[in-house]
Design a protein around this ligand. Structure first.
Ligand SMILES: CCCCCCCCCCCCCCCC(=O)SCCNC(=O)CCNC(=O)[C@H](O)C(C)(C)COP(=O)(O)OP(=O)(O)OC[C@H]1O[C@@H](n2cnc3c(N)ncnc32)[C@H](O)[C@@H]1OP(=O)(O)O
Length: 169
């Protein structure tokens, strides 16, 4: 299976924040943003693997800025590392100033997807070949994040989390 680059899985979704998608103080619901990110990330994972993909875990979400009603929100997703059947998808969320059109970063998130066959059994995916410095640094940190996620889910033992142990040595 040939490796792929992060740009091959690039997925950009831009949409408005409507009144039904806001909380009582007029900002976007966190759950609405999570759903938009899940959609963008699933398309990205699908573009990388060309297989059916399922969300295995939401590893990290930072709601750094409130997103007001009427904002134009862009979610940009790339696969940041591929393992055997799982893929880490990194997302950057931008909002656009209504007057100037300037974009500012509002949020970041990292989801894990697994490619499966029609029976839901995990299947192999192509490797990922990072190209830029940012892609390389996200690629390198992804194994640590995978081990943390598996550890928290009780799927590996602490002694198997070699990348995490190395942080404290
Ligand atoms: C082409 C362009 C047009 C696109 C056109 C649009 C199409 C756009 C696509 C739409 C697609 C819809 C996308 C909907 C996305 C959902 O909403 S799916 C619904 C929510 N998710 C689910 O229901 C998943 C339910 N869970 C499961 O099915 C199973 O737990 C899983 C995820 C398949 C894993 O199964 P398992 O038995 O644990 O399998 P196991 O072999 O142990 O692990 C498989 C891999 O998952 C990893 N893993 C398992 N758990 C975790 C965890 N907690 N953390 C990290 N990694 C984990 C393992 O490490 C392993 O990784 P690899 O070493 O193989 O890389």
């Amino acid at each position: 299976m040939n490796s792929k680059t992060p740009s091959e899985s690039k997925t950009v979704i831009t949409d408005l924040v409507l009144p039904s998608e806001t909380n009582p103080i007029g900002n976007m619901f966190g759950g609405e943003l999570l759903a938009r990110m899940d959609r963008a990330a699933s398309i990205s994972a699908r573009r990388h693997s060309r297989r059916i993909v399922v969300t295995a875990s939401v590893n990290h979400v930072a709601f750094n800025k409130m997103i007001p009603l009427g904002s134009v929100v862009t979610v940009e997703a790339h696969v940041s590392r591929a393992f055997k059947s799982s893929m880490e998808v990194f997302m950057d969320v931008w909002i656009e100033d209504r007057e100037s059109g300037m974009k500012s970063k509002a949020n970041e998130a990292i989801y894990t997807f697994v490619a499966v066959d029609e029976m839901g059994t995990p299947v192999s995916v192509p490797a990922l070949q990072p190209e830029t410095e940012l892609e390389q640094s996200r690629f390198e940190a992804a194994l640590r994040r995978k081990q943390l996620s598996l550890l928290l889910a009780g799927k590996i033992k602490p002694e198997e989390a070699t990348e995490l142990k190395a942080l404290f040595e």
